[in-house]
Design a protein around this ligand. Structure first.
Ligand code: PLP
Length: 418
């Protein structure tokens, strides 16, 4: 270990050799010990208390301190990007019990790279032709009509054509020599074909199956459940429940398909993934986040969210007509959420206006977007009379602030005439 004294001795002898004053060398080489600049403050960007959850527009998750430290350490050295991509993939595959893995630029890029991989599998150098000559590959992707969703654009941007099916009979009849893959949206709330049938029918025809499970951790075991079920490719967000960097994601699955996906990824020029770079710091952050998560249990994660929800609810206990309930959505965002309901004849403010008041306050608080909406977030069944709090991305102590602010706003709207 280099102590400051040995460091200064080395600087002094180097300075003597170079004929410069030691102070100049220290200034040039010693890492700044000054407090880091708060660029949010410098840029005038308000920080928020995230009482919503892992939403992209709210910068999704916060990395745990261990992950932040790994990211910062990774920034201190250059490496060969391919070496890091390959080693991280091999490590992740081992830990997540699958054949192969790739760190992608979010789940969205895992969707694009996996699609491009399925389209170009076995076509040497085909990667450089996506999307310009997508029509020269197998480019049909089967999907249930009820599984169409905002992120299927990530498939289409490879030049894939989505072929919608509804019944098993439709599905069986939809395969052609141009079928590249069968795609399943795990958190879809509709659809008549289940995982087992989706996999069986496609595999009988030699067509790979790809499932988007981006927001479906926890439970932690989902990281290997879908490959174990038989999916050839699985996509996860790195910056949601896994709590890695927001711009990281995972593509897991069959070695040949992950290799074909990697051929479509940076640093390869003329690849659809050239602009989907994950920097070395974030690749390391993704690996560190998995190590962090795999050292935990679902119970720990649920208990923490539950305790925060309870603490917030305890601030609201005395408000007339108000009731609270803690629910766990069935698939995506599978952690305790707090649902707050009250009679607007007693407390005269709508949940949407409560959300606006908390957003306008200091510190600014974001409630779950399902607040005051019949549909706002996957799996959270809310309505215009419900406030929804997603407590799992708060920092310690922030639950108390959210409870106090909610109490103040609701108390301020109390009707004395009702
Ligand atoms: C969040 C999400 C994505 C996109 O994930 P990113 O990591 O933000 O790219 C894709 N699919 C589903 C189902 C998601 O929830």
């Amino acid at each position: 270990m280099t102590t400051r004294r040995t460091f200064l001795q080395r600087v002094a002898s180097a300075a003597a050799m170079l004929g410069v004053a030691p102070a100049e060398l220290v200034a040039a080489s010693e890492p700044s010990a000054a407090t880091p600049v708060d660029y949010y403050a410098k840029l005038g960007v308000p920080t928020i208390i995230n009482a919503a959850g892992t939403y992209t527009y709210l910068t999704a998750s916060l990395m745990p301190p261990e992950v932040q430290a790994a990211v910062s350490l990774a920034a201190k050295h250059s490496v060969r990007l391919r070496d890091l991509q390959i080693a991280a993939g091999a490590y992740i595959a081992r830990r997540l019990r699958c054949e192969a893995a790739l760190v992608s630029s979010g789940a969205a890029s895992a969707l694009s790279l996996g699609t491009a991989g399925c389209m170009t599998l076995g076509r040497a150098d085909g990667a450089s032709d996506i999307p310009a000559r997508a029509g020269t590959f197998r480019n049909e992707v089967l999907i249930q009509r009820a599984h169409r969703f905002s992120h299927d654009h990530a498939l289409e941007m490879c030049g894939a054509k989505l072929v919608e099916v509804e019944t098993i009979a439709d599905y069986e009849a939809a395969f052609t020599p141009r079928t590249a893959m069968a795609f399943y949206f795990n958190a879809a709330e509709g659809g008549r074909i289940d995982h087992a049938d989706w996999l069986r029918v496609a595999h009988a025809r030699g067509v790979p199956c790809f499932v988007d499970a981006a927001a479906d951790v926890p439970p932690i075991a989902n990281l290997w459940n879908y490959t174990a079920m038989g999916y050839d490719l699985v996509a996860f967000s790195g910056g949601k429940g896994i709590r890695g960097p927001q711009n990281a994601g995972l593509l897991l699955g069959r070695a040949d398909l992950v290799a074909a996906a990697a051929a479509n990824n940076n640093p390869n020029d003329r690849s659809v993934g050239r602009g989907m770079k994950v920097a070395k710091e974030q690749i390391v952050g993704m690996v560190a986040a998995l190590d962090w998560l795999l050292a935990r249990t679902d119970e720990q994660i649920a208990t923490e969210a539950h305790q925060r929800a309870d603490r917030i609810a305890s601030h609201l206990r005395r408000l007339p007509s108000l009731t609270t309930e803690i629910i766990v959505p069935a698939v995506a965002n599978h952690v305790p959420h707090l649902m707050i309901r009250y009679d607007q004849r007693r407390i005269g403010i709508t949940p949407a206006d409560v959300a606006a008041a908390l957003r306008a306050g200091k510190p600014s608080i974001e409630l779950n977007p399902a607040t005051g909406h019949a549909s706002g977030a996957a799996g959270l069944h809310s309505d215009e009379n419900t406030i929804v709090v997603g407590p799992w991305m708060m920092s310690p102590g922030e639950d108390v602030i959210v409870g106090q602010r909610l109490h103040a706003v609701l108390l301020g709207a109390l009707r004395t005439d009702g």
